[in-house]
Design a protein around this ligand. Structure first.
Ligand code: DLZ
Length: 151
């Protein structure tokens, strides 16, 4: 059986302002996520001037970056992009847990949605697959941001 993903229809980003926080750790991956999301947002009628980008050093800093963006800009949704790749130490688990919990907490605290675009992969090849082509998480996050901003 084919697993059905987000079956969205008829959504528009007209008049929305979207913030995107991008971690520069594994920047080849996170830039691909960012540019795919930007392209999809524009395709769904978000104006280029209404897409705000902020860079932070690593995925751990996405939480503070998103919080700052929410405080400083009038936005309808924020997307965070990071890429955590498993290494030889438990660092992977600490960062993944911290960032997913931190973003969850922001969703409870803030009045705008924060969309979770952090890839947590076992190796670089998995990260490449999920940041390009059909399985691109950047596109998925752009759609989710518009859906959530319009709730
Ligand atoms: C330290 C670290 C490590 C080991 N791995 C990653 C990673 O795979 N992906 C990522 O986005 N960030 C990593 N970092 C950096 C942390 O997220 C953070 O920037 C530093 O611990 C400084 O707070």
């Amino acid at each position: 059986m084919k697993i059905e993903k987000n079956n969205y229809k008829d959504i528009s980003g007209e008049n929305l302002k979207i913030g995107i926080v991008v971690s520069t750790w594994n920047s080849k991956i996170t830039n691909d996520l960012y540019f795919s999301a930007k392209k999809k947002l524009e395709h769904l009628n978000v104006k280029s001037k209404d897409i705000y980008k902020m860079e932070v050093p690593g995925s751990f800093e996405l939480i503070y970056g998103a919080k700052k963006m929410a405080e400083n800009q009038r936005l309808d949704a924020i997307i965070v992009f990071g890429s955590v790749i498993k290494g030889e130490t438990p660092h992977f688990d600490f960062i993944c847990n911290a960032v997913s919990n931190g973003i969850k907490d922001l969703n409870i605290k803030l009045n705008i949605p924060v969309i979770f675009g952090v890839l947590t992969d076992l190796n670089i090849n998995q990260a490449i697959v999920r940041s390009s082509g059909d399985k691109n998480k950047g596109i998925e996050c752009a759609i989710a941001a518009i859906q959530m901003a319009n709730l």
